[in-house]
Ligand binder design. Structure first.
Ligand code: SF4
Length: 507
């Protein structure tokens, strides 16, 4: 309907509009359509799936081919090309897809997946098995990828930033049980396994369903047996008898551990360790640990980088979670320059003093040390003499003690040593390597390098979580989650290669 300039409808137009019938193109969903598809034209020339295919084609996949039993000239169904399977998984992970069923579905209609497969369907079991059965081959593949990236000048190992991040396990917090419950479930599972062989109890289901059920019960039994093994390991880490008795293990993923998350909460997780070369932010090493703390992860991380790239990093930059005196000594021995944050680490912290009920005016700073006589003088003017020493990695603690009668008669006793007198003081002396590290970290250069840590070290962690969606593992068990991290790291590195080396040719 049209309006004239004054906004009034023309009578003739209204009449015409009433009789007007639009003609639309019909949708016929009853028909069968057969049309040629140019597979090569499914994706444009600069599509990243072509880059992935090209990159994987440069890798030596002999270890994968060795496992293929079907030989040319002999009977048997041809195997799927490992180059295709690797490319499929890398492309899927790059799109944040980690489900074999989803990848299989995408192979049916998504042009990029269809281009890769040549429009052939791929069973999700095949995809799923391929992802986890070639552990050693996948390790080798990662090493080889690093070789190619080094050859392209993308890795220098002059400076490696290392960091850890917690990734949730494929198990809920409510799957953790004490030993009695695990044993009860295991007993029930064993009975089920025994009954499966009894034909009188066989259900009327198809052989395929029966087989799947049998497999499920056997896997459950194995998982519970593993849970009991893991429970012993968890107990070994507990200090008190009470804690040992209270220890729990997940019945879904026995190797997962409850860990503190970045948001302050706790969840069943694994500790993923990633080493990133600072030059182009390439991942040069990764591992998965069951420890909630990072202190013990630095030395294994440097070992992995050396195994992957063939040499140790010249410098490693870490946060305070890794900077222990043991690690400073270990890196010094290996001649790896360690950069990290570290507190001054007084032997008797304010926290300890507070717990003992010591008044702040009687904290160790209030005691005067005389290096010549090797004694301390307390605020009441009494002398504390040397009373033994304790050697620890990277530090020696010298102990000093006041005279018992001095403290008993002292009017400040309740403020100075309210729990057990006489008062003692510990003087910590760092090993030369630790002292040199602390001095280095007080320089502008040390601080400047340390400031670069966050943007480099946390980038791949964030990328893997955000782009690949690896905030929670889809697989269970240390080996399988390790492989999931390996796939993610491979995908990350190949994506960086595409960005830095492959993409510019199309710019
Ligand atoms: S309690 Fe002992 S150490 Fe403390 S101020 Fe008195 S004499 Fe000195």
């Amino acid at each position: 309907m049209r309006q004239n300039q004054g906004g009034e409808l023309k009578v003739r137009d209204v009449e015409k509009d009433k009789t007007r019938r639009v003609r639309l193109k019909p949708i016929n969903r009853e028909q069968m359509v057969l049309r040629p598809v140019d597979v090569e034209a499914l994706v444009p020339e600069d599509h990243e799936v072509r880059a992935i295919w090209e990159f994987v084609g440069r890798l030596d996949l002999r270890r994968y081919y060795e496992d293929i039993e079907v030989i040319e000239g002999e009977a048997g169904r041809p195997a799927l090309d490992p180059r295709l399977m690797i490319s499929l998984w890398i492309y899927a992970y790059s799109k944040g897809i980690g489900s074999a069923r989803e990848v299989s579905r995408l192979c049916e209609y998504d042009p990029a997946y269809q281009w890769l497969t040549g429009m052939e369907p791929i069973n999700y079991h095949t995809l799923s098995d391929f992802r986890v059965v070639h552990k050693e081959a996948l390790d080798d593949l990662f090493t080889e990828v690093l070789g190619l990236l080094s050859a392209e000048g993308l890795i220098s190992l002059e400076r490696v930033m290392h960091d850890g991040t917690k990734v949730k396990a494929c198990a809920g917090a409510d799957t953790f049980r004490r030993e009695e419950r695990v044993r009860a479930h295991l007993q029930a599972a064993r009975q089920q396994v025994e009954q499966m062989g009894d034909p009188r109890l066989a259900e009327e289901v198809s052989p395929r369903v029966a087989k799947a059920r049998q497999r499920g019960v056997r896997e459950k039994q194995q998982r519970l047996e593993k849970a009991l093994e893991e429970l012993e390991k968890i107990r070994a880490c507990k200090s008190s008898q009470e804690e040992k008795q209270e220890a729990r293990v997940s019945m879904t993923d026995p190797q997962a551990r409850i860990m503190k998350q970045s948001d302050g909460g706790y969840a069943p997780s694994y500790n993923v360790q990633i080493s990133t070369d600072a030059k182009e932010k390439m991942i040069v090493g990764m591992g998965v640990s069951q420890s909630g703390s990072d202190y013990g992860e630095l030395v294994p991380a440097v070992d992995r980088v050396e195994a992957n790239v063939g040499q140790e990093p010249e410098q490693v930059v870490v946060d305070g979670g890794f900077t222990s005196r043991e690690n400073i000594l270990a890196m010094s021995e290996r001649e790896v320059d360690l950069i990290g944050s570290m507190g001054t680490g007084t032997s008797q912290s304010a926290g300890q003093m507070k717990r003992r009920g010591v008044d702040p005016s009687f904290y160790p700073e209030a005691f005067h040390y005389d290096g010549i006589s090797d004694t301390y003088t307390c605020p009441a003017g009494k002398i504390l003499r040397a009373n033994g020493e304790e050697k620890r990695p990277g530090r020696t603690n010298y102990k000093y003690r006041a005279c018992a009668t001095d403290c008993q008669r002292c009017p400040f006793q309740q403020k100075c040593c309210p729990q057990n007198g006489p008062r003692s003081i510990v003087r910590g002396v760092d090993a030369p390597e630790v002292a040199a590290f602390i001095a280095k970290m007080e320089t502008d250069e040390g601080k400047k390098i340390y400031r670069q840590r966050g943007p480099v070290a946390e980038f791949p962690n964030a990328w893997i979580k955000d782009k690949i969606g690896l905030r929670q593992f889809r697989l269970r068990g240390l080996v399988k989650v390790g492989m999931e991290v390996l796939w993610a790291a491979l995908t990350y590195n190949i994506k960086q290669w595409i960005r830095l080396c492959w993409r510019p040719q199309w710019a």
